[in-house]
Design a protein around this ligand. Structure first.
Ligand SMILES: C[S@@+](CC[C@H](N)C(=O)[O-])C[C@H]1O[C@@H](n2cnc3c(N)ncnc32)[C@H](O)[C@@H]1O
Length: 262
């Protein structure tokens, strides 16, 4: 699976609070006191990147992202000399100087073979630097399993190709611990399953529209996209039933790792 389809910052922000929480939980384990160089790789629409500058007022914070749509939204969070955003692929990114804090939140599941990138980034940390990552770990959840099943069906397989969610896109916490500790970092890795309480009609579909469904629909024409979406929506309604109070629960597993070059 790749992230080549265009991103929708507004759709992504619809669940901004739920999506900000793992970032906060991740950064809570980063003990940097007065970093000078902070990088947010795959920064998205920039609000969380800007929060890094609030936490570390003396730092120069750089957000890097490949999506022009996300960077256009991020421009609103730029602060000359303090918070800047640049377009680039994280796979080719090279720091101009050793990095004190490197954050990558909800990005690496789009980057195949990212264990090698993590090893490289670990080597680009300044002495005492920190590397913090978070990835969704919900590839076996109905959201992903149902979509993967649809994409394998004869009706869709030839059209959507490799856009379906890949089971091996991320490692478990133990896998990231091995990678980062193998690269010489003192590592803390864990997982959390958040229980999101969603409101409105088809809220789980609304959630995945801006993430895992996005690259699949990008491969389809309008009519086919509507047909696949309707089929997927019906399956999601059965897997995530609306509760008597009108809410819908979405359990969401996430995997975290923080390495310290201490
Ligand atoms: C789910 S969003 C997360 C954004 C932000 N980190 C956050 O937590 O809100 C994933 C972001 O990763 C970016 N992205 C995915 N693959 C990338 C790559 N290879 N290089 C740069 N950015 C990438 C996308 O453009 C998108 O903005």
């Amino acid at each position: 699976m790749t992230s080549t389809a265009s991103w929708d910052p507004a759709g992504y922000l619809r669940f901004g609070d739920e999506r900000a929480r793992p970032f906060t939980d991740l950064l809570a384990r980063v003990g940097a006191r007065e970093p000078r160089t902070v990088v947010d790789l795959g920064c998205g629409e920039g609000a969380l990147t800007a929060s890094l500058a609030q936490r570390w007022p003396g730092a120069r914070v750089t957000g890097v992202d490949s999506s022009p749509e996300m960077l256009a939204a991020a421009a609103a969070h730029a602060v000359p000399g303090r918070v800047t955003f640049t377009q680039g692929d994280v796979q080719g990114w090279q720091p101009g100087e050793p990095v004190d804090v490197l954050v990558t939140n909800a990005v690496l599941h789009w980057v195949p073979g990212h264990a090698d990138l993590l090893r490289r980034w670990a080597g680009q940390l300044a002495p005492g630097g920190w590397l913090a990552l978070q990835v969704p770990g919900n590839w076996r959840a109905p959201t992903h399993a149902l979509l993967a099943g649809l994409c394998r069906a004869p009706r869709w397989a030839g059209l959507v190709g490799d856009a379906a969610p890949a089971e091996d896109a991320v490692l478990d916490p133990a896998g990231y611990l091995e990678v980062l500790s193998g690269a010489g970092l003192t590592t803390d890795a864990w997982e959390t399953t958040y229980l999101h309480v969603l409101r409105g009609d088809d809220p789980v579909l609304g959630w995945v529209r801006s993430t895992v469904l996005r690259p699949v629909l990008a491969r389809l024409g309008e009519d086919d996209a509507a047909e696949l979406t309707a089929e997927y929506a019906a399956a999601l309604r059965a897997a995530y039933p609306r509760r008597p109070d009108g809410t819908t629960l979405l359990p969401f597993r996430r995997v975290f790792a923080v390495g310290h070059a201490g």
